[in-house]
Design a protein around this ligand. Structure first.
Ligand code: ATP
Ligand code: MG
Ligand code: FE
Length: 366
């Protein structure tokens, strides 16, 4: 099976061609990304209108490039079985650009279209490179989300916990902004933290002792802003605060994941289940190291996608679409023509919780 994937939900335009062989081997034939970071940097965050326009300007060229790179490996547009595009959640203008492009492409080539939940892309991204079996425990830590999920199968997710305010990546970004580190803040804060003393500043521990798997980062954000204003005078002070903040975020991820691991083990009898960490924050080395140690302690196998698949990319969207398409196609009542027609009515959704049972967008007409 060969699928063209399109991603445009935030500030990356991305197109990819992914192939899965009959034996299950997954091959990323191309994965091209245009990041808008420089366009948004001046504003200290993503500006939706600028993002949408940039998607419009780049998507044609990116698609051409992704198809060309796949063709160089012997897979042409004629070999595609379906088109998958992010249909939400995300900035609606951007989502609509990618989804509309995908619809046009699918229509012109008579291909089915799969509307993919962006979070599902992150959830399954690990399967691009690792043969991870269901069920597995997932920590999704990105710019807009911070969730613990039990991934039982394709389209079957149980949310164990989520953030009650900011996402972990958002906390990195906002605190970095307060410290004048620029955008995006996560990588900048990590660089700065390298020379800092993580024990220098005491920061609050949110939701400590709570019996659920929820997260909260707003108290940490406020405390860090206060320290930044009152106590950060030298570059060393700043590095120390960055290191302290990074340690505090990592610690909360560890504490809540530990809780989820206990719950997961109670509900499942898998020998050594996988603990998958996906989303941009998984790129953070301190976070990775501590979560790896935690997984070892609790009898989980720590797995994280390579960094290129941790942040937004279209290969994960192509794969999620491919997995759904494979299931649909295997169903006894599968009608290719009807599926092709119906798939064009997929709608863009600004909000779309991953644990909602319906994994594919609802058609407009009902
Ligand atoms: P979502 O998927 O929830 O819509 P998103 O797509 O913006 O959000 P990703 O692209 O997965 O999120 O990740 C971006 C986030 O990851 C940003 O908040 C960024 O600061 C954070 N991030 C990236 N690298 C690092 C790092 N090395 N340390 C900490 N945070 C990081
Ligand atoms: Mg992004
Ligand atoms: Fe994302």
């Amino acid at each position: 099976l060969c699928v063209l994937g399109i991603e445009s939900s935030c500030d990356e335009t991305a197109v990819s061609v992914v192939r899965r062989a009959d034996d299950g081997t997954v091959e990323v034939l191309s994965s091209v990304i245009h990041s808008q970071v420089v366009q948004h940097a001046a504003y200290g965050g993503v500006v939706p209108e600028i993002a949408a326009r940039s998607h419009v300007e780049t998507i044609d060229d990116l698609a051409r490039l992704a198809l060309q790179q796949a063709a160089d490996k012997g897979v042409t547009a004629d070999d595609l079985d379906a088109v998958a595009a992010t249909a939400g959640p995300g900035l609606i203008g951007g989502v609509m650009v990618g989804l509309s492009f995908a619809k046009g492409f699918a229509l012109s080539r008579s291909l089915p279209l799969i509307g993919v939940n962006h979070l599902e892309g992150h959830a399954l991204s690990v399967r691009l490179t690792h043969d991870v079996k269901f069920p597995f425990l997932l920590l999704l830590v990105s710019g807009g989300h911070c969730q613990l999920l039990s991934v039982k199968g394709v389209g079957d997710y149980e949310r164990l916990g989520t953030t009650i305010d900011d996402a972990a990546g958002e906390a990195f970004d906002k605190i970095a902004k307060t410290l004048g580190l620029g955008y995006p803040g996560g990588p900048a804060l990590e660089r700065e933290a390298k020379t800092g003393d993580a024990t220098r500043f005491a920061l609050p521990r949110a939701l400590l002792g709570r019996k659920d798997c929820d997260f909260s980062f707003s108290g940490l954000k406020t405390a860090a802003a206060k320290i930044a204003m009152e106590q950060v005078k030298t570059p060393q002070d700043r590095a120390d605060l960055c290191a302290s903040v990074q340690a505090a975020i990592a610690r909360q991820l560890v504490e809540r994941s530990a809780r989820a691991m206990v719950d997961f083990k109670e509900a499942n009898t898998v020998e050594k289940p996988a603990f998958v960490v996906a989303g941009g924050v998984a790129a953070n080395q301190t976070v990775r190291r501590e979560l790896t140690a935690l997984a070892d302690k609790h009898g989980f196998e720590f797995v994280a996608p390579p960094l290129a698949y941790c942040t937004d990319n279209a290969a994960m969207i192509a794969l999620a679409g491919l997995e759904h398409f494979a299931e649909k196609r295997a169903a006894p009542d599968f009608d290719g023509d009807e599926f092709r027609r119906e798939s064009l009515t997929t709608v863009a959704r600004p909000r779309w919780p991953l644990d909602e049972r319906r994994a594919i967008s609802a058609p407009i007409h009902k």
